[in-house]
Design a protein around this ligand. Sequence first.
Ligand SMILES: [Zn+2]
Length: 440
Amino acid sequence: MRTSRFTSVLLAGATTLSAFAVGAGPAVAAAPDPAAVTASPGDQEVEVFAEDGAISRAKVPTASPFVAEPVMNAAGAAADGAVTKIVNNGSTDSKLDVVMIGDGYTASEQDKFRKDAAAKWKDISAVEPYATYRKLFNVWAVGAVSQQSGVSGDPKQDTVRKTALGSHFWCNSIERLLCVDIKAVDTYAAKAPQADLVIVVSNTAKYGGAGYGSTQSPLGYEGIATVAGGNGASGQIAVHETGHSLGKLADEYVAEGTTPYKGPEPGQPNISTLSADRMRQDKAKWYRWLGKTSPDGGTVGAYQGAGNYPSGLNRPTDNSVMRSLGREFNLPGREAMIAGFYRRASPLTSGTSVTTRLTATDRLTVDLPVSGTKLRWYLDGKEVTALRDHKTIAVSDLGPTGPKPSAHELKAVANDPTSAVVDPALTPALTRSLVWSVTR
Ligand SMILES: [Zn+2]
């Protein structure tokens, strides 16, 4: 589903947090960033993920020297750009569409790519709140045929593989940083019917990945994560990245070489200049969650060090996935993620278009993708209580009719009553309705 989105870079240190905050509230003040001085205009800031879960940042070029058009035979031409729906939960209009693109897979390895992509989604969607909300997602696999199998920098730094997206380790001289060619990514992402999120799955078992924020792509997706298709730990990288893109969450880790934060209150929901007492007093930020046991362990409070700063900014818990890989989202993070899912997906869908004019003998079915969702039916604004939570109804169930058939409005209203979202500013997104015209 294409709705409002950020066009700014989401992930990087000072520059990015400022850009990120354009749509989310006041900006985080810029920290001194020596890299920015020498960076060329096309450089992209990315996150680097260590195998022990630690996260850091780097600036990388948007282009890859290892990108190459495939040398095509007939089989290759047929496979290149082929789009497969690997998770199908319904129409792109009502779902959040994840696009996975393979790199370093030759024409004969496209089945392997689709298997790796499916396995990666399995890893991501095992993490909450994805697990509970997995039916809000579609996952598309876009095949890209590479000349050579594997990726550059694996196994050795000087290993060269010419591939469709130019995946390479040792990006910016960092072994585990797996970069791609952004232009090539866009060419393939455009082949999917809709791209809300892009994940590049590279044909390697070596640990690595990268998190790109918005690349100003006209496709409107929220970010790119690169993951190693054959490495079990790398799905966690994508989980952290979607914390930024879908949850609009800030990092909760401290970046190397930063000084105490002295700026205004930032817009992101999971970092704050305020102490726990002050939050409670001002009814600000995550005050509703203070003292509650968080899924990532411990109690929600105000822990010093966040948003890449060693002090001056607090985080809600000691060690959530926004601080280290392989962790859970904390309570404020989980709330933001669910709200993010619902910005691009709906708690209520139906195979019967709302433009269908129903008559007295028709039946109507709706789908509630999230378990626990409540459903109400209204005829001309009045609830038909007998049909509460009935996903299939007959028009004849709607009660007595008048002497002559006449037109009426039939409305289905679905609400996800989850206790994981408590901010009244976010709860409206948890309710959705569909309206049909019915003659009876
Ligand atoms: Zn991050």
